[in-house]
Design a protein around this ligand. Structure first.
Ligand code: NAD
Length: 274
C-alpha cells in the first residue's frame, strides 16, 4: 500500500478525504491554535473538530496563522446532541460555520445517534444540496442506527466516525459500513494514549525504527481507516504524520489485529447520558 501524507480516500459522494488528520478534542485555551498551525505547517491538510469541543474559533485562528489556503484544507465538524434533539440542525450548523470563519465545511457529522437524527439528517441533506456541507456523515452510529437512517433518506452517509483501535475493531459494524460504501473513520485511534501499556507496538516499532504511536497509526492506515490522532505537542504532531516511509508486514498487522478485546475507552453509543 503506497501512501503519503496527502493520500485521500474516495468517499461515496465522489469526494477525496485526506486519510490522516489532526484531532482537536480537549485541545483548548490556545493549545488548539498552536496545534492546528503546527500541523498545517507540517503538511497536515485535515482537521477534525466539533461544536461541543468549543474550539472552532481557535481552529479558525490556527488555520489563519498557518497561511495554508482554505481550499487546501479538509475541515470536519459535528452537530451537537442538544441541537439534534431540539430540531436545530440548521442553527447549529450556521453557528459552526461562523465560528470557523468559513463559507462551507468539508464534512458535517451528526455527533451521536440521539432522538431527532432523522429530521437532522434531512437538514444535512439540504445543506449538502446548498453546497454548505460538501460531504455529510454520521458518528457513533451502530448497525441499527445506520439501517434506520438509510431507510428514510435520500443520501447514504459518506462517513461513520466511531471509536476504533486494536482493542475495539467492531468487525460487524465495519463490514456493514464497507457493504454500504460508508468510509470508516477512527476516533481515539491511539486509545487516548493507553497504547503505551502494550509492549507489542514498541516491539514492532523497533523493527522499523519507528515509535509505538507510529506503528498504531500505520496499522489504521493499512486497514483502510481514516485516522485523526490528537496531540498538542509539536514534536508528536510531526511524529504522528511521519508514518509513510515504512510498511507493516502481514504478520505484524495480524498480531495487532489479535489485540481485539471489545475494549472501549469512550461511551457506548446506546448508553450515552449527554
Ligand atoms: P487519541 O486516541 O488520538 O489519543 C490522544 C492522546 O494520545 C494524546 O492526548 C496523548 O496523550 C497521546 N499521544 C498522541 N500522540 C502521541 C505520541 N506520538 N506519542 C505518545 N503519546 C501520544 O485520542 P482522542 O483525542 O480521543 O481521539 C482523536 C480525535 O478523535 C479527537 O481529538 C477528536 O477529534 C475525535 N473524537 C471523536 C469522537 C466522536 O464522538 N466522534 C470522540 C472522541 C474523539
Amino acid at each position: 500500500m503506497t501512501l503519503d501524507l496527502h493520500s485521500t480516500k474516495q468517499l461515496n459522494d465522489g469526494r477525496q478525504m485526506p486519510r490522516l488528520g489532526l484531532g482537536v478534542w480537549q485541545s483548548t485555551g490556545g493549545d488548539e491554535i498552536v496545534a492546528v498551525e503546527h500541523a498545517l505547517k507540517s503538511g497536515y491538510r485535515h482537521i477534525d473538530t466539533a461544536a461541543i469541543y468549543k474550539n472552532e474559533e481557535g481552529v479558525a485562528e490556527g488555520i489563519r496563522r498557518s497561511g495554508v489556503a482554505r481550499k487546501d484544507i479538509w475541515i470536519t465538524t459535528k452537530l451537537w446532541n442538544d441541537d439534534i434533539r431540539a430540531g436545530k440542525a440548521r442553527d447549529g450548523f450556521m453557528a459552526s460555520l461562523e465560528r470557523l470563519k468559513v463559507d462551507y465545511v468539508d464534512l458535517y457529522l451528526l455527533h451521536w445517534p440521539v432522538p431527532g437524527i432523522d429530521q437532522a439528517w434531512s437538514v444535512l441533506e439540504a445543506l449538502q444540496g446548498e453546497g454548505l456541507a460538501k460531504s455529510i456523515g454520521v458518528s457513533n452510529f451502530q448497525s441499527n442506527h445506520l439501517d434506520g437512517l438509510i431507510k428514510g433518506s435520500k443520501v447514504t452517509p459518506a462517513v461513520n466516525q466511531i471509536e476504533w483501535h486494536p482493542y475495539l475493531q467492531q468487525a460487524e459494524l465495519a463490514a456493514q459500513c464497507a457493504t454500504l460504501g460508508i468510509a470508516l473513520e477512527a476516533w481515539s485511534p491511539l486509545v487516548q494514549g493507553k497504547f503505551k501499556d502494550d509492549p507489542l507496538f514498541t516491539e514492532i516499532g523497533r523493527a522499523h525504527g519507528k515509535s509505538a504511536a507510529q506503528v498504531l497509526i500505520r496499522w489504521h492506515l493499512q486497514r483502510d481507516v481514516i485516522v485523526i490522532p490528537k496531540s498538542v505537542t509539536p514534536s508528536r504532531i510531526e511524529e504522528n504524520a511521519d508514518v509513510f516511509d515504512f510498511e507493516l508486514t502481514e504478520v505484524e498487522m495480524k498480531r495487532i489485529d489479535q489485540l481485539e478485546r471489545d475494549g472501549r475507552v469512550g461511551p457506548h453509543p446506546s448508553h450515552i447520558t449527554f
